[in-house]
Design a protein around this ligand. Structure first.
Ligand code: HEC
Ligand code: HEC
Length: 370
């Protein structure tokens, strides 16, 4: 066979194989296709307590400090101590805990708070979580080395590994987590045999089939003064998925967020002229507040900026006041990030298009109105 014909033949075979690989589901013809190996690999990133799934690699505490200061500290604090955004990560563990594998402060009711390092029993979980979910605004953006390094840094902050430590797939099984003996499977979610053979489930429910109570009785409520204690939850929730925060700036029952969602999903009223629905959303000055606000939620700016509340960064109202009329400056700063205008916490550069940055910039420059 000529070389040319061989090449053509193998190309044809490859094409057939490729086609077969992307065949549709035979049970439901025409619906979907089998996932490719690469697609499966992109999802299959879990690292288990026996370290199955852990990619080979390593990272030093020193490198971890760089990663931490560049990508984590502005939310979690320089020493992982900050409770600004969520619970603090580091603190509350002692050298004695590292010896016993039980964190004494977990049983100490006068100890304020519970940190990640107090609770997490397996270092694989810490590694996996950082790898899949952090930084909050850019999950899965860390390299394998960065994940090892920043995990090593957190272990070092907790006194679990020394300053000159290099964490790697070779030595990670030797890491002694302070609460490693604190996890129990002695309840019936698991095989449950530890309970002298009593297999009582953790929770129980029997479906009611007749004479059912019409409604559940709510026995306790969040007091009004605590409702907005963490800032407006509606602005802090992810813009995707089933969970939406209620608008905690309004009294209970006046949930504007819910109103907005129901308005969006309601079919346009027949009486409403179509032209009105399609009318341009921009006002006379060309500011599209709706689009700008949607973008701040799409890009999770609202994780750090409340409309009228400082979170990690200044409120949009305060920014609007300080930089009134400076749309170009603001659009530029959104893309470049920066530090020092409002304090020592840096804002990371944001990844969005120039047009999107300009939409937000113009909205801020005009007063950040609704
Ligand atoms: C924009 C703010 C932000 C940044 C930046 C950030 N985090 Fe987080 N982090 C959070 C929030 C918010 C949570 C809680 C998330 C949740 O429960 O869904 C969290 C949770 C965590 C947790 C788990 C805490 C627990 O006990 O459940 C770890 C560990 C963590 N972050 C590590 C990191 C590391 C390492 C980096 C840097 C590579 C980082 N974070 C960057 C906001 C941030
Ligand atoms: C991780 C937290 C964080 C996120 C996410 C974030 N910011 Fe910021 N932002 C800050 C901090 C902190 C500052 C204050 C920086 C300073 O002092 O210079 C700031 C400042 C700003 C400023 C004012 C700049 C100046 O020079 O006064 C604007 C405008 C801004 N952010 C817009 C945005 C927009 C738009 C987004 C989303 C695309 C966004 N930010 C996402 C933390 C954040």
């Amino acid at each position: 066979m000529s070389r040319f014909r061989k090449a053509v033949l193998s190309a044809a075979l490859l094409a057939v194989a490729g086609f077969a690989g992307a065949q549709t589901n035979s049970k439901y013809p025409g619906v979907g296709r089998a996932a490719t190996q690469k697609e499966v690999a992109a999802w299959d990133i879990d690292v288990r307590p026996d370290f199955k799934g852990l990619p080979a690699g390593s990272g030093t505490v020193a490198k971890g400090q760089e990663v931490w200061e560049g990508k984590c500290a502005h939310c979690h604090g320089f020493f992982g101590e900050s409770g600004e955004v969520f619970s603090p990560l580091v603190g509350g563990v002692t050298p004695e805990d590292i010896k016993t594998g039980h964190v004494a402060n977990l049983k100490n009711t006068s100890y304020p708070g519970r940190t990640t390092m107090m609770k997490v029993a397996t270092v694989s979980t810490l590694w996996d979580y950082i790898n899949r979910a952090m930084p909050w605004t850019a999950p899965k953006s860390l390299s394998t080395e960065e994940v090892y390094a920043v995990t090593a840094f957190l272990l070092n902050l907790s006194g679990i590994v020394p300053d000159n430590y290099t964490l790697s797939d070779k030595n990670i099984a030797d890491v002694r987590m302070p609460n490693r003996n604190g996890m129990t499977t002695k309840h019936a979610m698991w095989p449950g045999n530890e309970f002298d053979g009593v297999k009582k489930p953790d929770t129980q429910n029997t479906a009611c089939m007749k004479d059912c109570a019409p409604e559940a009785k709510v026995a306790s409520f969040l007091p009004d003064f605590a409702r907005n204690a963490h800032g407006n939850l509606a602005e802090q929730n992810r813009p995707v998925g089933a969970q939406r925060g209620v608008d905690t700036t309004k009294p209970e029952g006046k949930d504007l967020n819910a109103e907005r969602i129901s308005q969006q999903s309601a079919a346009p009223k027949a009486a409403e002229p179509a032209a009105k629905a399609a009318a341009p959303k921009t006002d006379a000055s060309g500011i599209d507040s709706k689009a700008a606000m949607a973008l701040t939620s799409k890009y999770s700016c609202t994780a750090c900026h409340g409309v009228d509340k400082k979170i990690v960064g200044p409120s949009f109202m305060d920014i609007a006041k300080k930089h009134a009329g400076k749309a170009d400056y603001l659009a530029g700063k959104i893309k470049s990030g920066g530090v020092g205008v409002w304090g020592p916490i840096p804002m990371p550069a944001q990844t969005l298009s120039d047009a999107e940055a300009r939409t937000i910039g113009a909205w801020l420059a005009s007063g950040a109105g609704k």
